[in-house]
Design a protein around this ligand. Structure first.
Ligand code: PGA
Length: 244
């Protein structure tokens, strides 16, 4: 595990964008697994600047969504699909035939997850998997209780995940999600995890202590031999109680 501490969100985004760009240069047809949320948004914006200067950078890559909320119209601003289109696939000129998303409004979420499992069997393994970390230590939507051999599946969300800003800030409600499993993540050739944001201190500490992965899923990453963990140190300063 390579742990890199950065002074702020911008340096974390820049540092991680370089890893992503290097991976696309090394393998122009790389399969990238795309996390959504506040943690990777700045990194994607940095990559977008490079793509503007060098459009060929993304001309062969394939993108796969890491996860999705279930039961929300697919074009709703809360969905991972909307996030990916807005922050990644459109600014990186990735056409729909190179973009695999979960359908948040699928009639049958189990068969939607089977479809993604089949996609991974055919197109995997993932070359570079980008991850954030949940307040409860989740990876994708692999909530506490997830196990190492889990594949893509429907997951009941914990309360902490139902309060995620993607839902809360857009007024969307979800009680279930669909996510690549821990096994799919660990099968990736390379993993980058970004840790930033208020409220991540407990998850960060548990991760660093290699806490029981069935309680803190991010600890599963210690079993992988090619992980870079980029930490924004500015979010790890505990505010004094008088300011909180
Ligand atoms: P965030 O989400 O990057 O928006 O904090 C991460 C997560 O909850 O997995």
């Amino acid at each position: 595990m390579k742990i890199v501490h950065t002074a702020d969100y911008r340096s974390m985004s820049l540092k991680s964008s370089r890893i992503l760009i290097e991976s696309m240069r090394k393998k122009p047809e790389a399969l990238l697994c795309i996390a959504t949320g506040g943690s990777p948004e700045g990194m994607y914006a940095e990559v977008t600047k490079s793509v503007a200067a060098e459009p060929g950078l993304t001309s062969g890559i394939q993108l796969l969504a890491l996860d999705e909320w279930y039961g929300i119209p697919s074009d709703h601003p809360a969905t991972c699909s909307s996030f990916i289109r807005q922050n990644v696939s459109v600014p990186w000129f990735v056409s729909d035939d190179r973009l695999e998303l979960f359908d948040s409004a699928a009639g049958n979420p189990e068969s939607e997850c089977r479809r993604i499992n089949n996609y991974l069997k055919k197109n995997g393994p993932i070359d570079l998997c980008i991850l954030g970390i949940g307040r409860n230590g989740h990876l994708g939507l692999n909530e506490p209780g997830s196990v190492k051999n889990d594949h893509t599946r429907v997951i009941e969300l914990t309360k902490s995940s139902t309060l995620h800003p993607m839902l809360k800030n857009t007024g969307a409600v979800a009680s279930r999600g669909m996510s690549l499993g821990i096994a799919d993540i660990l099968n990736s050739r390379e993993i980058v995890i970004l840790i930033t944001g208020s409220g991540k201190i407990d998850a960060y500490n548990a991760f660093m202590k290699k806490a029981n992965p069935e309680e803190w899923p991010a600890s599963f990453l210690w079993e992988h031999n090619n992980v870079s963990c980029i930490v924004d140190d500015s979010c790890l300063i505990k505010k004094s109680p008088s300011f909180s």
